[in-house]
Design a protein around this ligand. Sequence first.
Ligand code: DX5
Ligand code: ZN
Length: 216
Amino acid sequence: MKYELAPSILSFDLTALSTSVPKLMAAGAHIVHLDVMDGQFVPPITFGDALAANLRKHTDAPMEAHLMTLTPERHFDAFIKAGCKRIIFHAEATVHAHRLIQSLKSQGIEAGVAINPGTPVSVLEPIIDDIDMALVMTVNPGWGGQSFIPSTMPKIQWIRERRPEMDIQVDGGIDPVTLPQVISAGANVFVVGSYLLRAPSLEEGVQSIVSGFPSN
Ligand code: DX5
Ligand code: ZN
């Protein structure tokens, strides 16, 4: 099993990403996690595909878009064109999850499906063999810096039992204290935002997460 750190730049100074993102990658991060909020699915508005496209000029880091938007399919093409290799949409935001997964995969893009803390994991049952990644939200989406919700852990175990090799991502409240809990539940891709800014430096923040990964 590979273990990956996906830094969320949500809480970062967006005007300084051309230096902070290369720093994160050089320190050992794996994929840049872009939190896209539309002011409808979640209250805040963040940024769109232009940020991803501009970031692409400064780094060749892999990027993924976490679409916290209604009608997520409206944004697929723009984020694909901007260079995202994986797109994650919310199960709660569409009644056509299966079709949206097909649409992403037919374009060679990894399809991730996210579920909120209040959403039962059983919504993934009909699509469990179709997705490339599941994202179990460990906070309610919308804001960085919230506390980890431990009652989401059984959902990770449920998914891991059915997809032993698939990427399972967790997002929200991940730091060196909560990391062992999500690892033992079965997660292997970790979104980390505000903890990286609380650490003495970005390099030390990345190191203290990746040094907590099990050695293969
Ligand atoms: C929450 C976002 C997360 C968030 C994580 O809506 O999807 O990616 O930025 O931030 P922390 O690590 O601060 O909880
Ligand atoms: Zn996210």
